[in-house]
Design a protein around this ligand. Structure first.
Ligand SMILES: C[S@@+](CC[C@H](N)C(=O)[O-])C[C@H]1O[C@@H](n2cnc3c(N)ncnc32)[C@H](O)[C@@H]1O
Length: 224
């Protein structure tokens, strides 16, 4: 299997092609989809051994609310308005982790700023790269396979590549797909962020939770 596979297409069609439990982690920031998607959560859990959703809000996602996650966390995003005025908007967005056993994150709150000029990449709502790195590093080991079926500008893919994970990304919008393609090509040229290259996000290689208490992570971590 390729290290990186980017698919311009429909997530629902592409998910159906994947065998049961073939993906180590599905990590995605799903769009609001109109219609009956009650089958979506079972389908994501069929394909992924672990599933983590980062929807901006829950009100619009009936298919997500049908099943309680194993763990619920929040990340806090600050949007500072530009133009010289110190206007601070603080929002809390959920992180929902499914599939047992899944190692607890060790912090109820992660803090990542959004909307900073260097995060603008052409997509309307890119997630902070630091948040995606944290989640990928915590819930997968090196060389494991991550799928983002709604990859947008490819933030999950960028995190996976610099952390040495394999990645499959699906995006149906051609403009967003082009942003993701360019970004992931750039990530492939970046230096590795693996611990043995001096980058430390988690204390040790992790995977499914073995029940041992976690070390290293604390509440209110701040990263970009
Ligand atoms: C909330 S955005 C993801 C943003 C992404 N996390 C990032 O950092 O750029 C959701 C994406 O899903 C895409 N999308 C919507 N419906 C889709 C579908 N059926 N299949 C694949 N992608 C879809 C949208 O075009 C959008 O880019």
């Amino acid at each position: 299997m390729d290290t990186v596979r980017l698919i311009l297409g429909d997530a629902l069609t592409e998910l159906a092609k994947l065998p049961d439990q073939s993906i180590d982690l599905i990590l995605t920031d799903p769009p609001y989809l109109e219609g009956d998607f009650s089958w979506m959560l079972p389908e994501l859990l069929r394909v992924g051994k672990r599933l983590v959703l980062t929807p901006g809000k829950l009100e619009s996602f009936n298919w997500i609310r049908r099943q309680a996650p194993v763990w619920e966390y929040a990340w806090q995003s600050h949007t500072q308005s530009l133009g010289g005025r110190a206007c601070l908007h603080i929002a809390w967005e959920p992180i929902l982790a499914y599939a047992w056993p899944l190692r607890p994150l060790g912090a109820d709150l992660l803090v990542y700023p959004i909307g900073l000029p260097d995060q603008k990449n052409g997509h309307v709502w890119p997630k902070p790269i630091g948040l995606m790195r944290k989640l990928v590093a915590h819930w997968t080991n090196e060389s494991q396979m991550v799928l983002d079926p709604f990859m947008g500008s490819g933030t999950t893919g960028d995190a996976c590549i610099t952390l040495g994970r394999k990645f499959i990304g699906v995006e149906k919008d051609g403009g967003n797909f082009a942003i993701a393609e360019r970004r992931i090509a750039e990530a492939q040229l970046q230096p590795s962020l693996l611990p043995n290259h001096g980058f430390h996000l988690t204390a040790a290689p992790v995977g499914l939770w073995d029940g041992e208490p976690e070390s290293g992570a604390g509440a209110g971590e701040a990263n970009r």
